[in-house]
Design a protein around this ligand. Structure first.
Ligand SMILES: O=C(CO)[C@H](O)[C@H](O)COP(=O)(O)O
Length: 235
């Protein structure tokens, strides 16, 4: 279930704006995806110009991007805290009058478990997005990482909860996508999610679920790159 379109210029603007929030000495969580990759590249250029930071990657892919950009890396266990996390999203709830304003669906790249760990640990979590990610109400399928033995049981539980689970299939191998953590992914369609907090806590209680892609009350800022600038949402 790789994520939606959106112009590269818009993604680049959002990523570069987020990278500007990094300061000397910061530990920076490095999210996953094409928009965050622009932020990691920008951090690499800032490091070339003298910025001193360390990054914590959230996936094999973001680690590769960071290595290519020469961003020094560390791990959660080696640091006292995370100052800033920059990460993309598959959908951002954008109705400022709703309780769910700023809630996210993530995991289109299958990395939401480590992303949530790092994003939640950060003093400031900045989302980078393009306008195609904004929606009044979250409605995309929610990625759910499950241990392999659990996929059929969790699928049944998701159906009981009114969802429609699909085991994510690999594109370049026979069989399912296997995550960086060795697990499987269920993309669970719930239709329009009016109460992301409720769905999130219900999914979190299902045995066999490692982590789901609803990020509620975690984001501090979203930078939305457009074709001629960057819009800011603060929560
Ligand atoms: O959640 C994610 C990966 O698990 C990504 O952040 C999300 O899929 C957005 O990716 P992109 O910036 O390529 O649209």
């Amino acid at each position: 279930m790789k994520t939606t379109g959106g112009s590269d210029a818009a993604k680049r603007r959002a990523g570069e704006r987020a990278a500007e929030r990094a300061e000397d000495g910061f530990v920076v969580g490095l999210g996953t995806g094409s928009t965050t990759a622009y932020a990691i590249d920008a951090l690499g250029r800032a490091i070339d110009d003298g910025l001193e930071i360390r990054g914590i990657p959230t996936s094999f892919q973001s680690r590769q991007t960071a290595l290519e950009a020469s961003v020094p890396l560390t791990t959660l266990e080696e640091v006292d805290g995370v100052d800033l996390a920059i990460d993309g999203a598959d959908q951002v709830a954008d109705d400022s009058t709703a309780d769910a304003y700023g809630a996210l669906i993530k995991g289109g790249g299958g990395a939401h478990t480590r992303e949530k760990l790092v994003d939640a640990a950060a003093d400031e979590f900045v989302v980078v997005a393009d306008p195609s990610k904004l929606a009044p109400t979250l409605e995309r399928s929610v990625p759910v990482e499950v241990i392999p033995d659990a996929y059929s049981v969790v699928s049944e539980r998701v159906r009981e909860l009114g969802g429609d689970p699909t085991l994510r299939a690999a594109e370049c191998k026979d069989g399912p996508v296997v995550t960086d953590n060795g697990n499987l992914l269920l993309d669970c369609a719930f239709g329009s999610i009016d109460d992301p907090e409720g769905v999130a806590s219900t999914l979190a209680r299902v045995p066999g679920v490692l982590e789901h892609g609803l990020f509620v009350d975690l984001a501090d800022i979203t930078y939305v790159g457009t074709d001629d600038g960057v819009e800011t949402r603060e929560y």
